[in-house]
Design a protein around this ligand. Sequence first.
Ligand SMILES: Cc1cc2nc3c(=O)[nH]c(=O)nc-3n(C[C@H](O)[C@H](O)[C@H](O)COP(=O)(O)O)c2cc1C
Length: 324
Amino acid sequence: MEIGGVKISGKAALAPMASVADRAYRLICKEQGAGYLVSEMISAKGLCYGDRKTEELCTVDDRERPYALQIFGEESAYCGRAAGLLMKYKPDILDINMGCPVPKIAGNGAGSALMKDIDRAYSIVKAAVENSDVPVTIKIRAGWDEEHINAPEFAAAMESAGAAAVAVHGRTKTQMYRGKADWEIIKQVREKVKIPVIGNGDITTPEEAVLMYRQTNCDLVMIGRGSYGNPWIFRDVESFIANGANGNVPAPPSLEERLSVMLKQAEYAVSFKGERIAMKEARRTCAFYLRGIKNAAAYRSRCGTLQSLSDLEKLAEEILHNEN
Ligand SMILES: Cc1cc2nc3c(=O)[nH]c(=O)nc-3n(C[C@H](O)[C@H](O)[C@H](O)COP(=O)(O)O)c2cc1C
């Protein structure tokens, strides 16, 4: 599939996840077959004011391509300016967050709050398109709440403002992450617009990815939480689509491979963020890799005490020695 002329060759994209899907995480998912990656959300206003921390989120690593930088904001003037500023980082795609439910974002009129204000959202997309050299896409939810499910009309309006694709997470804002994602709404968006539709919500297995393709006719599926500690899901989706009918899917990663990818993600993170920050974050990310192994609970609680990469190397060696 293509988004505004940008070719996406894989069958599953990694969802943007602030504070989780950082560059280390994204690279690991890419190495396991993720076809498209999106940055953590970046504040349009922060960019316009030259906030250093915000700018750090904008780095584009060529290994991640095709890659989108995602902005959030509630004012078209800032979003337009931010779109222009982001061009110097040379993303392949510019995405606008219209789905975030957290009070800090939606409470200020950005993220999912834009779904209640189509005119404002329209002017934001238009301003971004006018200032961007690359395709502009949006990521939305089903709607604000049960009484205001408007994803199809909303997506059509954004298409007329110039959006080149729409990712739909099938939950309302008020649902946050509770309940089940409604895939029917993704299908309805697919029927309403001509631009590519990316389906998102609750995919945790290759079978579910195929089911989403079948049930919604979406052009690409996007996986978020289902990739926690399981970047192999991208490889599995790819393989399941190619060979699933023969039951010919890759064996799950061995303990050795699991630990080696866990270490690699931590090494990447250390190289990008420095050991202190990276290892603090690794306490959470590494625990995900250890789900389901023998004596997981004890090893996962050890993750909570990680201080250095060598602590993690020792833990991995110990697990391999004890459990293999
Ligand atoms: C920790 C976390 C952070 C997220 N951050 C973002 C974000 O920065 N931008 C965005 O558009 N969506 C964000 N999302 C939403 C995901 O992209 C995705 O839509 C949602 O998790 C549903 O997909 P899943 O069921 O595959 O996880 C975030 C979700 C989680 C769990």
